[in-house]
Design a protein around this ligand. Structure first.
Ligand code: ADP
Length: 397
């Protein structure tokens, strides 16, 4: 059984073809600049060599057509014919309150996802386009939707209702949804497997620290709180996003600088975070380099970032009423040796003690706390694509 996993962004898309017999990746790749001059497909087949295919691709359907050609190419393809693709799994960002798990996509599901566009105007339209394109390109092959929001649908109302007049929740669906759900789910499941424990018995705090970043409090395998909210802007300080700020700042700056809604959204989403504070970059490697060279704003950006994650960890320990494991994942979580050290400073009081030697690790599943640390601190690389492929297999088999 082969499953093709697709993740469509507005002008790019990523794909991976899995052989689910052994969960091996047969091929993977990336299309960039869809609908823009200079469209490019970078494909990696079973031999590991990279093929670059540069042809105009005016939309996602054309791009996916080239992906299917690459996957079945006589030289660098991974399968001989499209019949060998048994199902397609799609990453879909927002399913609102409509789905608490992955589903086979039917007309009714498509209609529900269309309704969620107002909640994720930038993300859902390309995700939906990807599904429609595959329905046309491979008719009869089942498509499965795996939603970023679904895992967090188990949160209690006390975690997801905002202190606004209640009608904004009832009428306008303004509530915390949470994102990165597929990553938090994968990482928490792996944590239980690595610790050889039943996930039902564990209280886990997962820290997904990439360009976007969020924490989740996971009790017995269920998300009960998460730091991203109505949109992926809330919560942690991120690469370019501000995370939690006093909401009154928004109206203050808009009034003072005479900014439009779009301009203010752009500042909060694209110009803030560690980029905004440091003025250096949104990439932690650049900021760490600048900090080492004595750039004070880079040092400040890192200090603010680490303090912010640490505060959330301590808060979630209280939400969970204890914690068995704190788990780091995504770009910075998996690779940021210094960041993990700084974040875990001061967590000793709650029984989480980092081992500085074990912590010297990048991108590898491992326990980085001391042997006698009551709380396990771990690094678990995320694999959202594999989670999507597993859900897809489960639903279509
Ligand atoms: P995305 O949210 O785009 O999927 P990633 O999970 O790939 O992001 O994370 C990207 C971030 O991870 C980058 O901003 C980078 O700063 C950070 N990162 C990656 N490798 C390292 C490293 N070796 N040291 C520190 N930070 C790193």
């Amino acid at each position: 059984m082969n499953v093709l996993v697709i993740n469509c962004g507005s002008s790019s898309l990523k794909y991976q073809l899995f052989n689910m017999k052994d969960e091996s990746v047969l091929a993977k790749g990336l299309v960039e600049r869809i609908g823009i001059e200079g469209s490019k497909l970078t494909h990696e087949g079973p031999t590991g060599g990279k093929e670059k295919i540069e042809v105009p691709m005016k939309d996602h359907k054309e791009a996916l057509g080239h992906v299917l050609e690459a996957i079945t190419h006589a030289e660098y393809g991974a399968i001989q014919s499209l019949d060998e693709i048994n199902a397609i799994g799609h990453r879909v960002v927002h399913a609102g309150e409509k789905f608490s798990g992955s589903v086979v996509i039917t007309d009714a599901v498509m209609a529900a996802l269309e309704e969620c566009i107002e909640l994720a105007p930038l993300h859902n339209p390309p995700n939906i386009m990807g599904v429609s394109a595959m329905q046309e390109l491979l008719p009869g092959v089942p498509n499965v939707g795996v939603f970023d929001t679904a895992f967090h649908q188990t949160m209690p109302q006390s975690s997801y209702v905002y202190a606004l007049p209640y009608e904004y929740y009832e009428r306008d669906h303004v509530r915390r949804y949470g994102f990165h759900g597929t990553s938090h789910r994968y990482v928490s499941q792996r944590t239980a497997e690595i610790l050889d424990k039943n996930i039902e018995d564990l209280k886990i705090i997962t820290c997904h620290l990439g360009n976007g970043a969020s924490l989740a409090a996971i009790d017995g395998g269920k998300s009960i709180d998460t730091s991203m909210g109505f949109t992926p802007l809330e919560g942690l300080v991120m690469g370019t996003r501000c995370g939690d700020i006093d909401p009154q700042i928004v109206t203050y700056i808009m009034g003072k600088e005479d900014l439009t809604l779009d301009e203010m959204n752009n500042i909060m989403n694209k110009k803030s975070g560690v980029l905004g504070i440091s003025g250096v970059s949104s990439d932690f490697r650049d900021i760490e380099d600048a900090a080492k060279e004595g750039n004070e704003r880079a040092v400040l950006a890192l200090d603010i970032y680490h303090l912010n994650v640490r505060k959330y960890i301590a808060a979630y320990a209280s939400v969970l009423g204890g914690v068995d494991a704190i788990v780091f994942t995504a770009g910075l979580g998996e690779n940021g040796i210094d960041s993990r050290k700084e974040i875990c400073k001061n967590l000793e009081f709650m029984g989480a003690v980092l081992d500085p030697e074990k912590n010297k690790v990048r991108g590898k599943e491992t326990v980085v706390s001391t042997d006698d640390s009551r709380v396990k601190i771990m690094v678990v690389p995320t694999n959202e694509e594999l989670m999507i492929a597993r859900d897809t297999l489960e639903l279509v088999k």
